[in-house]
Design a protein around this ligand. Sequence first.
Ligand code: BGC
Length: 767
Amino acid sequence: MRKIAQKRVAHILKTVLFSVLLLSFLTGAAQDTEMDKFVDDLMSKMTLQEKLGQINLSSGNVGAILAGGGGLEESIKKGEIGATGGFTFGAIKGSQEAAQESRLKIPLLIGLDVIHGHTTIFPIPLGLSCTWNTQLIEKSARIAATEASASGVCWTYSPMVDISRDPRWGRVSEGSGEDPWWGAQVAKAMIRGYQGDDLSKSNTIMACVKHFALYGAAEAGRDYNTVDMGHLTMFNHYLPPYKAAFDEGAGSAMSSFNVIDNVPATGNKWLMTEVLRNQWEFDGFVVTDYTAINEMTNHGLGDLKAVSALALKAGIDMDMQGDGFIGTLEESLNDGSVTMADIDRACKLVLEAKYKLGLFDNPYNYLDESRAAKELLAPEHLAAAREIAAHSMVLLKNENQTLPLRKEGKIAVVGPLATAKADLLGAWVMVREESVISSVVEGIKNVGGENVEVVTAKGANITDDPYLKQGLVSPYAAYMGVKMEEETRTAQEMIDEALEVSSDADVIVAVLGESAAMSGEASSRADISIPESQRDLLKALLKTEKPVVLVLVNGRPLTIQWESENVPAILEAWAPGSAGGNAIADVLFGDYNPAGKLTMTFPRSVGQIPVYYNSLNTGRPFDAVNKFTSKYLDIPNDPLFPFGYGLSYTTFEYGDIRLNKTALNGEEKLLATVTLTNTGDKAGEEVVQLYIGDPVASISRPVKELKNFQKVMLQPGEKKDVTFEVTTEDLKFYNSDLNYDWESGEFKLFIGTSSADVKTSSFVWNK
Ligand code: BGC
């Protein structure tokens, strides 16, 4: 009787589930048919020029946009522009109103680099990735979308999912580090945060996955430089985060500047059509990066007319800022270099994006002044920014429990970033000081309370190096609000002042690193150490023999071997965003116990780059006593701080790995467990990391690859079993035929606190 009842319930549940799935499939399909009908109907009314207008993104010049619309109204009214940029409410409204005066009244796509927040700024993406918390990352993107959408922005040029192994490249600050699996998880979280469950809602915006593809592998870490990579590395290490973002439903993609197999991505048909459309079945639209079509001329692919046709034919749907599509495609159509079907394809995809965003129903869907007044810099957004920033920080060293600081006594907070505000925001923000709640000095005062006396001094310029300085005072940096303060005092005078104010302090907090202009686009550095002016200050502070805490504000891994040997405590705070000053103080005083872990390796020296954890073995692995093995004469092979590394104010102990079986077949599941114990005296979180190695395969495989993690909170003395489920999905890779599958044989399984500090076990899995 009971069994029959159970069966009946199961049957009813199945029927309900099936009906729900069918209904959602049918609703989706119906929507697609409606969209198709709408767009086809609209396109039947469009002239060639109007179609070319839709696939043309023009922002005028950046300064002009901020001033009020970029002077583009006349072109918009003529239907020559399908998408533009904008930050201020008034400017965007002006643009949409102009579009409503065009013949067909097609609304504009308003795109912007909302990379780590709109007005409430979160830590730079590299910092966000060090939270190892996809809920928080998604939340940051959700808040960014809420704020941006209220101001009229419906499309963000984010997430940047370029894997990079080269910290010289300034744009590592915009990505999630070196790992493809984690990069994919972050990408998906950001897409969910921006796009939500319905793109037509007025508080969700369309994501644009960039820079497709491989931009992070620029030779020598020099921005816009050549990329040269084998297809196995491409598919196994660099492409997974892009694919994950498209699988998550990202609405658009941006082509990258670099070449792939010697053909710029923007004109690369194999990449844009064979891989993106045919293999991955992406159905959104692809915009170029800023003037990437025009730059193909410098790459040696021909004049503007030739490269514009090449881009369209390759699968590009929108030209950003290059005037190549609008200016040359008519001629190319007439001489047969492109077809009407090529132009229609691109135009249709752009119109579909507008349809999905609900712009045809309401061109002002994203312009809501009262919502903007409520949402921008809303207290709950700033509170989230503070929480997320604290989670992004990585404690690199803490000798003799120098940290946390006590909330009493005198603290000297020195360094060129101690009172900085704009520099806490990092690259790609349209707002500056007005978006920052507090500097580090103010944060320490706020959190330290009345028993803490805080004194401060600048102590040094960000840099005194004339070559570097000249790069930092570019008009662009100034326009972004990143100014180099002019100092009339000598370096020694500034150091003397810092020593003077610190003379009766109990502890010195040195806030050093990089100004915002030192990372981000076009901000590669060949020397990634802390600039000499700041190091001289640090050396002088250490001579006082007082406890010194180094707080790093910066946008990339730095070479800080000397600092790691000489400074007792180091906190990597990245560019922590609007609430960064308070968040740094939360961590310094232990109100929040740090749990961030590095997602990008810190090299000992630039000479080791690229140095990353998921490398292949060599035929002659390192052996200290055998000269003819893979190593340097002057430094060790291992990095200064490996991928996955980060300390806590408490300590954790890992038990040995227990596997439910060591021999598996087919689609069985493996369970791997460790007992984790909080052996310290504070509650804290640990990122327990699971890596897998495939030591015997048809191709040489990385020594280990991250496959999963769990963030576990433990009270002092508490123990917990942490169990991971491993499936054959975790064993898959692209083989020499670019087939994605796993191979039978022996595997290694590692669980630990970083990629370099793990417990090891092994198992055999056969098909
Ligand atoms: C950058 C992109 C950005 C675009 C639009 C380009 O220079 O490479 O990341 O989205 O400008 O601002």
